[in-house]
Design a protein around this ligand. Sequence first.
Ligand code: PLP
Ligand code: COI
Length: 377
Amino acid sequence: MSIAESRGTSAANAPSSAASFDVRPNPSAKTDAERAELVRELAFGKVFTDHMARMQWREGEGWSDRRVEAYGPLQLDPAAAVLHYAQEIFEGLKAYKHADGSVWLFRPEANAERFNRSAVRLALPELPVEDFIGSIEALIATDAAWVPGVEESSLYLRPFMFASEAFLGVRPAHVIDYLLIASPVGPYFAGGIKPVSIWVAQGFHRAGPGGTGAAKCGGNYAASLLPQQQAYANGCQQVLFLDAKDDRFLEELGGMNVFVVRRDGTVETPRLTGTILEGITRDAVMTILEDDNRKVIEKDITLDEVRSGIESGDIVEVFACGTAAVVTPVGRLASPDFDVTINGGEAGDITMGIRQKLTDIQYGRAEDAYGWMRQVL
Ligand code: PLP
Ligand code: COI
């Protein structure tokens, strides 16, 4: 099921196997004071909770050994296939604390289904949706004290699966580990919700036709790091990739989808070509904008038209979106050939409006008309 198709299913009804996870408490869990100190200034992905959830899959046997145990280093054979051939996938989603102290997930079944689409592409075993959601519920129940409650904070959940079999032959591994770790987080970009600068990758592509661009696998991110380094060197926080075939069309950023807003209020985003990630935030943003009677178009968008549109004033806002980035305004687009400022480098009204509407649902400040939220605590 695609993310758009799953829009009709209520997150509250997705099945869960949480009760089958064997919880082995961490004897060295942080004290309240230690935890408070660690979460005092929340960045992204630097602090981890006391526990992790895990399962293992073996060829011919399937998934077993559902556990929640102390967070800590893994024992991995140096010949583990993932270290050599990168047979690995991951997901990213967040748990949000509401004003009444309850804790909620945003469309977890969509992440579970995308995880399985990624698994198929990487020749990894699919994980039952109830185990994906069950592992999250079991871990959050154990590490409930780690879900932060300050504004713009959440518990970032990182499920991942990798080839742990010790074997150097190139074939799908016969032993696979699934793990889930959790990190209390604040804004992804240091500096908070301020417009970011984007560098257009030159001569590098993230993914090509028939490749793994639509899967959430580590290799895609590895391929993005050298251009990302160039982005930093040019004063930009993220890199924008163009398509590999024509080198003309916008695809996505290293870790987010991208939207442009025209002067007439129309919103456009690159269509799903198989080489970009089908973002769950992207889908939610499109849904909310359409329900606001705004025209939203998924299409091929050339870099040339974006550059000239920004210069002429036809494009008035650009924003990035994703679980980590939420909705982030883009204030500048740069490459060796040009350097343009968008909306005077300020966050635009449509960008900030959609960010507000989305986060109001996620944090329980507005009614969840779409059935996107699932209560876990
Ligand atoms: N594109 C890439 C490459 C990403 O890493 C992400 C983040 O997960 C996204 C898009 C946005 O996806 P989502 O909104 O599901 O987090
Ligand atoms: C996410 O948003 O969950 C991602 O995986 C992207 C990355 C920038 C952390």
